[in-house]
Every structure is written in C-alpha cells, then in structure tokens.
Ligand binder design. Structure first.
Ligand code: SF4
Length: 937
C-alpha cells in the first residue's frame, strides 16, 4: 500500500526517457531531468518532482516525490497544478511600482535594485530613528521554518505578523494548555479509533499525508468518527458522522469523557503518572483528599451535567450513538488518534475548548505519544538550525501583541486596521507576503480603508506570486516564486516520524545539473520566468541595502562566511543548515555527496529516531546536578522562568526557551523523566496559567457556549448559523485562482441549505438568497441538500475572488467587480464573470464555467476570542430570499458597524498585566520571542 510501483528509479532521475503519448502510435522519445522540490500550495509541503524537458528546458510535468517521507509520492490536485501557476499567463513577471492612486491599478516596471534601495532606505531610517515597530512583515502561509523570523531578528524589529488568528489560534491554545506543544500530531496509520473534528479526507490540516494514513488505518479495521454539521466527504466515509450543532462539540466530547470515567474505561495509571491531578484536586476539590483515588469521583462530579441525554438535547446527536462511541473509544486504549485544527475550533467563541476537550479523550485513554495515539507536534517535527543569527529582539510591538490579549496565539493580525484607525501606531513599511488580508480576513473593507491611507501605511510592499485583492493596494508588487521557483526548508508533523523537505528553484537546479555556471553570485531570478525572484535572496539583498556599510550591525548576519564583504549565497545558507541535520552528513557521504547536493537530489530527508513516548525518556541524574527540584517534582535550572512570580527587574537574568519554560525533567515515580514542555512538565488537567491570567473558570476542560449557540437564535424566524469555514479540496485561497485546472474543477459556490430550512424561509431551488450579517449582507445562490444540519447554512471560504482593474483581461476564477463607497458604507458589485477570451494561453478560449463565487468574508466583523484571539468565523445571520435589485455576488458593508463590533469584542478581554507585571506568560510560544525584559509592561 505504501510503495509506488512505477516511478523511475532515483539513480535515473538526471536522464529519464519517456514516450510522447500524443505521438502514439509513433514511438517518440523525450528526455527529462527530474528535479525534486516541495509543494507551496498548502501547509503540508508534500514532495514534488518536476520533469524538465531536455529539448525545451521547460517543465513539462509535476508529479509526486516518492522519496518524500510524508507524501510518499502522492499529491492532491493542487500539487501537479503548480505547473499551471508557473505558466499562468496572468502572473506578475517583473517588479512593479504604483504610479496612480492606491487601488487604481496603474503601475510601472522598476528594477529590483530600485525597489530594494527605496524599501531598504525606509527601513534603515525607521530603525535609525528608533521606529522599529513601524516595520511589519505579515505572512500568509509561511511554508518554511524560521527563515523570515531570523531576518527580522537580525534587523532587531518585533515585526512578525501572521495569519494564525484567522486559522488556528483556538486549536493551538486548546492543545498548548494541555501539553505545551500547540499542535497535535496524530499517528493515524496505527490507530484503532480515529476521531476527526474536521474534513481530513478531503482538506484538513496536512490533508494528503493524513488522508492516506487514515485510509490505511480504516483498511486495517479502524473506526472513523467525524464531527461536522456538514456531510463532508470525510463524514460520508466515516463509520460515525455526528452533525453536532456548531459550537457544542466540547459538550459532546465531555459527555464521552464522562462515560469513559463512569465506565471505568480510562487509563488510571497514565492519568496518575502524567497529569497534574494533584493541582486539579487542590484547586477544584480542596475538600477531597489529595490522593489519586479522589480523581475519578471528582471528574464524575465535575462532568455530572454532561449526560448522554443532555448531550442529545444540547448537541443534537443521539444519546445512544454517544454511548456507543464512548464504548468504542474505551475499548481501544492507547490507540485513539484525534485531530482538530480549524472547523469547530476556528468557528466559535470558546472554540479552543474543542481541542482541549478532544485531547482530554486522548489523556483519558492514555493515547498520548503512543503507537496509534496523538502526540505533540514538536516531537514529530524537526526544525533545521539556521546559520547563526542575532540575539533576541528587545522590542515589543503592541500593534501585533496588544495588552488586551495576553494569551493570544499568536499575533492579533485581524485587528491591525482598527489599531491603525485608533492611532495606536503607523507603519513605515508593511510587507504582505503571500497574503491577501483584504480578501482572506474578515472585515476586508476596514483593511481596504487602512491600506488606502498613506498616513497609516506609508509603504506597502506586496510579495506575491499572483495578483490579489490586497496587492492592488500596494506601492510595490514584487513577484515571488511558486513551489518550483524558490528555496525553503520545512518540516511538519504529518505522522509518527521526523523529516525535512527542501523546496528549490527547479530551473536553477537544472542549469546546475546541466553544467551551466551557477555560483555564489547567481540569483534565482536569472533562472525563473521573467524576473520572478525568491524571498530568501531578496531578504539577504534587502538587508545589505538597509545596512550597506555594516555600521548598523545588521549586514554581518547576511555576509558570506567564506567570502568576506559579499552577501551570503543560498548555497552557503543551506549548506550550513544541512550539515547540522543529524544523520544527513553521514548519509550524504555514503552517497558520495555533500549534504546540500544530497538534498538537491532527493528533496527530502527522514531523520532516525523512536518517535513514541518521548515524555517517558529517562533523564540522566548527572544532567540535573545544577537543578533545583520543586514541590511538584519539576527540576529547574536557575534562570528558567517556571510559573513566574518575580518582578520586572528580575526578568533580565532569565533565559527563555523556544518551547515551554526550559526545565529539563520531572520526577515521576522516583525517576527523572523528560515530560512535557509545560510549567508542571505534566499534562495540565488544571491550567494554572489560565487561572493566573484571569480565567480560572476555564482552567479545566469545559464547554463555553458559542456566540452562535442555537438556543440563543431565532430559529423559528429567519436566523440561522452560517458556516463559512469549509475548504474545497481542489482550491487554496488566493493561489488557486491562477490555476486553470483547479478553476475548471471547482468554480461553483452554492450556499448549502437543508430543504426544511429552504421551505421554511421561502428559498427556491437555485434561488438567490440574501445573507445578512451584523455589518452588512451578501447575495448568493442556494443549493438544497440534506447533507447539512437543519438550522445551519454553509458556504466555502475558497470562492468569491474579484478584480477591480477594468483593463485586466479575463480570468480563470476572478470576477470583474466595482466598488463604491458612501461614507462608511461600501458596496461591491459584479461587473463580469469568467468567460471565454483570447490570451496567450489558448485554453482561455475554452472556459465553459461562469461562476466565480461570492466574497462573504467582507461581510464578517472581527470576532476575536477573548483568550486565544482567534477570529470566531461562524456567523449569526438572517437568511431570506434576495430582494428586488439584489444581484448575485452583491456585497454591502458598513465599516462603522464593523468598528462598533470590534469594540464590543474587545470589551470581553481581560488585559495584561498578568503575574509579575508581565505582558504575556514567559513560557508561551511566540514566532519571534523577544528578550525577557520586553515582557515587562
Ligand atoms: S496536500 Fe496538496 S496542496 Fe497540500 S502540499 Fe500536498 S499536494 Fe500540495
């Protein structure tokens, strides 16, 4: 099942002969060089192999890389579609500078040198004038591990901003509050029960690597349980599909947890050894003896209200089915693999409790780090070490890390337009990097207002492979490579194993194989189409422009180690990195190669090591000589923070670990063991951090009623819950719009609505519907389907691309649109749809579809969870037939109402300072962790 049978052997990859299928029955041979890289179209970074034609020097085909340990030669449709993105006739080929008003679509071509000089000069001045926080890098999907963070650290700016709070903040804090690691890593292939709060078989996180292993497990007899109000392909394939009311998932999970405890089908000894049950009892049940026998009755008391019958009433899932599932889970201890990333986690106020309650089942069944269980991502991921960089930054940027959200995971990026509007700061240089917040984020018109105002954003630089709604409001549009045109290294927790994948510019590598001169002075844009560059070399060059003579102490971090006074080359960068990967140098030497050549030839590397039960590893007592042991058995080195009770002055001497608080071990049954990266080194059944920082009521797994909880809706009237979060397997936000194959596969954007709701609300089959949100409305077409829970409607977030430029030609997936504005009221209306047209690609004449979807995200206000900061995507909406004058795709929004909603949600927070006068717990992760002193508020 896991081996591919018909792939050219690796030793032939530099010259593979194939027959031209179109020439049949003639036997016409072609010769290709196969160059590996990794996919850049979602977070999984699956392996790809590009087939470069020896006659044309072009890439003919993109397939899977059988040597990649996670994807194992398989891809979803978006991997091979990289070829479309390379050849797309609309792609941006040269650096562009705005010449008209922002958003007017008027550009002039500039050289890379001109762009670098201007941008570098602005950054240099901002840093020299101590305006570090006016430099911001806002990343969409990074697709790499730590390169950009190193750059910012070397500049000394706390300028990292991410898309995390529209994606995974809730899931992260749910997992992190248990185990320190903020992502789950599920050993699906070996599981006996798989519990998915997602649609993993068609999208989900690390979709292709996960899906192939879930199917393997099902083939071996595993039971698959899927919770989703929508009958996704995953729900259809599952043994149990549970369409719970949105936001009630934690209730459902706690009902199962209660049954595990009552049935005695919980792993008592695991819970005794590896949870902080003593703290739980002391805090929640001070009148019970602090002995383990108290834990079962205490849990039974705490969760007494979560009966199957009450779960049926609250969640809408049958009590018998819940009882049956609890029985199945309880019968398979240690072999329970689960996952939640977006879905319920991303949709709801308090959605972070979905991950917390789901992982509770892993804890109760002892399925943590086991064969067939779920572990922390940090144990199934290997972050390759970057060349030496500068010490931690000394800044704290409140535009990304505001005091109202001390526990946010991570930056509060969705609030940036509101913070700028309130005068909390301004930006001298704002990089949007492969990110499209005007379209992807909620409240896009507030983004449009901010990005249109040079007083708020002096210079917006869009680093992007494709045109986007956001790039239109940039000052520079700088073309960056797709998956076959750039260097990146990434590693993800796709299964029980560790690997690194190497993305590389394929034609540059092909030139090297062919024997062309490719040296330290070469630049990737010399090999890519037009002058499309890669970010790695761009950042090195930009850093030199910021500090041309080295006087600012920045340039030295980007200098060649072997050629003083010249920029570091990508070969030097990655050569240094790969030489430090355990085992790689030896395996490369055995193949007669350097580590870099080895990676350029294979594209991926699997690290050795036993991935199971990492927390049980014994720590040699001699390594703990310089540690104190506290009352809970945690070994701490002087200078590691623990549960911080010191003062701001004491912060200076601390050392902050990247993950967790840096204590090396915990005593378990008289043996020091590695444990978990939490303050207790245990799984935290009771989170003292949440309690210390003002949320004691949520310190244990619990259910927080969602902002769209069905009992608070006028369901007898026209209120419904809108699910705007689901993915389409063949699309990926902004990038897929420039792929003809993907656009042809997926281009319809219906609103899923149950027939009973359609009847009650007077919605015709295929009829137009007006969906009214808190700040506006949009108009979409209806699709009646029994594949959705009554009371809930759904529309995918992948559709609804638009373009304003009347001079732009046609498009595979974007609809021409106009935007008008009357005070704070904005209106977007469609001017056109995809249709056949002439272009450099004959296939544009063959466009047979005409839907480009509806941009629903514009009509959503920001709804950040007060703890995690996650945008709570689900919407409380009114659903009604379209009104006279409504047209498909219409969007109307009032940004004054959006501002009011922002203030309301902001008022739900419990701001810093926390204990010790801190801005944020010291042990919490941050993409770019500053010095301890910066934590003092
Ligand atoms: S799952 Fe698909 S889009 Fe994602 S990395 Fe793999 S091939 Fe690319």
């Amino acid at each position: 099942m896991t081996d591919l049978q018909s792939y050219p052997p690796h030793e032939t990859w530099h010259d593979v002969t194939s027959l031209d299928a179109k020439a049949w029955p003639r036997r016409e041979e072609h010769h290709h060089t196969l160059v590996p890289t990794t996919c850049f179209n979602c977070e999984a970074a699956c392996g790809l192999v590009c087939h470069v034609n020896h006659d044309t020097g072009r890439i003919d085909r993109v397939e899977g890389n059988p040597l990649h340990p996670a994807s194992r030669g398989r891809n979803c449709a978006k991997g091979p579609a990289t070829l479309n993105q390379i050849d797309d006739h609309e792609r941006i080929l040269y650096p562009l500078r705005r010449v008209g008003e922002r958003g007017a679509g008027q550009w002039e071509r500039v050289s890379w040198g001109e762009a670098l000089d201007d941008i570098g000069g602005r950054i240099r001045t901002a840093i020299a004038e101590d305006r570090h926080n006016e430099v911001m890098y806002h990343v969409g999907r990074p697709g790499e591990d730590g390169y950009a963070e190193r750059v910012l650290q070397c500049w000394g700016v706390d300028g990292h901003n991410s898309h995390t709070n529209i994606c995974s903040s809730n899931a992260r804090i749910g997992y992190q509050s248990w185990m320190g690691h903020d992502r789950p890593s599920s050993d699906f292939a070996n599981a006996e029960v798989i519990f998915l709060i997602s649609s993993h078989l068609e999208s989900g996180h690390y979709f292709n690597p996960h899906a192939q292993r879930i199917i393997e497990a099902q083939g071996k007899g595993a039971t698959i349980i899927c919770v989703d109000p929508r009958l996704s392909n995953t729900g259809a394939k599952a043994d149990h599909w549970l369409p719970a009311w949105p936001g009630t998932e934690p209730f459902l999970l706690l009902a199962i947890a209660r049954l595990l405890v009552l049935n005695g089908t919980w792993e008592r000894d695991f819970v005794r050894r590896w949870t902080n049950w003593e703290v739980y009892l002391q805090q929640r049940h001070p009148h019970r003896p602090t002995e383990f026998d108290s834990v079962g009755p205490a849990l039974a008391d705490d969760y007494a209200a979560y009966t199957p019958e009450e779960a049926e009433r609250v969640c809408g899932v049958g009590a018998d089915q819940i009882t049956e599932i609890a029985g199945i889970i309880g019968a398979h201890p240690t072999k329970f693999a689960s996952h939640n990333w977006r879905a319920a986690g991303a949709g709801n106020l308090g959605g972070w409790q979905t991950a917390r309650c789901l992982f509770f089942l892993n804890v109760l069944t002892g399925s943590v780090g086991t064969v067939g269980g779920t572990t922390g991502n940090g144990w199934n991921k290997y972050k390759a070490p970057h060349p030496q960089g500068a010490p931690p930054v000394e800044q704290w940027n409140e535009l990304s890390w505001p005091r109202e959200y001390p526990l946010a995971y991570h930056e509060m990026s969705i609030l940036l337009p509101h913070f700028l509007a309130e005068g909390r700061g301004r930006l001298e240089v704002y990089f949007s990097r492969v990110y499209n917040p005007v379209w992807t984020n909620p409240d896009g018109f507030s983004w449009l207002e901010a990005l249109s105002d040079p007083d708020k954003v002096a210079c917006h630089v869009a680093l992007t492979p494709t045109w986007s709604e956001t790039a239109l409001f940039a000052d520079y549009v700088l073309p960056m490579g797709v998956g076959a045109e750039r260097h990146d290294v990434a590693s993800f927790e796709t299964h029980a194993g560790r690997w690194i994948g190497f993305r590389q510019p394929v034609l540059r590598r092909y030139a090297e194989i062919r024997g062309d001169a490719v040296g330290h002075e070469s630049r990737t844009h010399e090999f890519n189409p037009g002058e499309v560059w890669e970010e790695n070399e761009f950042w090195i060059e930009l850093s030199w422009r910021i500090d041309p003579d080295g006087s600012m102490g920045i340039r030295r971090w980007f200098e060649s180690p072997g050629r003083p006074g010249t920029p570091m080359s990508v070969d030097e960068y990655y050569g240094t990195m790969f030489a430090a990967v355990p085992g790689l140098a030896d395996d490369a030497a055995a193949a007669g190669q350097t580590p870099l050549e080895f990676m350029r030839d294979r594209g991926a590397y699997a690290l050795d090591g036993d991935m199971y039960l990492p927390y049980e590893r014994q720590v040699d007592p001699s390594e703990l000589d310089d540690c104190d042991i506290d009352r809970s058995g945690v070994f701490r080195r002087s200078g590691t923070p623990g549960r911080w009770t010191g003062s701001a002055e004491d912060l200076a001497g601390l050392h902050l670990a990247g993950l967790g608080d840096g204590s090396p071990a915990v005593q378990v049954d008289n043996t020091p063991r590695e444990g978990f990266p939490t303050p207790s080194r245990k799984l935290e059944l009771y989170s003292e951090t949440l309690a210390d920082w003002g949320w004691p009521e949520y310190a244990t797994p619990t259910w927080i009623p969602s902002h769209v909880h069905w009992e608070n809706l006028d369901l007898a009237g026209d209120e419904r819950i809108l699910l705007p979060t689901f993915r389409i397997p063949t699309l990926i936000h902004t990038r897929s719009a420039n792929s003809k194959w993907l656009s042809e596969l997926s281009h319809r954007h219906p609103l899923w609505i149950h027939p009973s709701d359609a009847e009650a609300l007077g919605i015709d089959v295929g009829g137009l519907v007006r969906i009214t949100t808190r700040i506006g409305h949009f108009v979409i077409g209806a699709w009646r389907t029994e594949g959705i829970r009554p009371g809930v409607v759904a529309a995918s977030h992948h559709m609804g691309r638009w373009r304003l430029d009347p001079a732009a030609g046609g498009s595979w997936a974007g609809g021409d649109a106009d935007i008008s504005n009357d005070g704070t009221v904005w209106r977007l209306s469609r001017r056109g749809r995809p249709q056949p047209h002439a272009s450099a690609d004959d296939d544009t004449e063959r466009i047979w579809w005409s839907d480009s979807g509806v941009h629903q995200n514009l009509t959503f206000c920001v709804q950040p969870d007060p703890i995690s900061g996650m945008q709570c995507w689900h919407q409380r909406v009114r659903v009604a037939p379209a009104e006279a004058g409504d047209n498909y795709g219409d969007v109307v929004v009032d940004t004054a109402a959006a501002r009011e909603a922002y203030r309301e949600w902001l008022a739900m927070t419990r701001p810093a300072p926390g204990p010790g006068g801190l801005r944020r717990p010291l042990w919490y992760a941050r993409p770019l962790k500053p010095t301890p002193a910066a934590y003092a508020l």
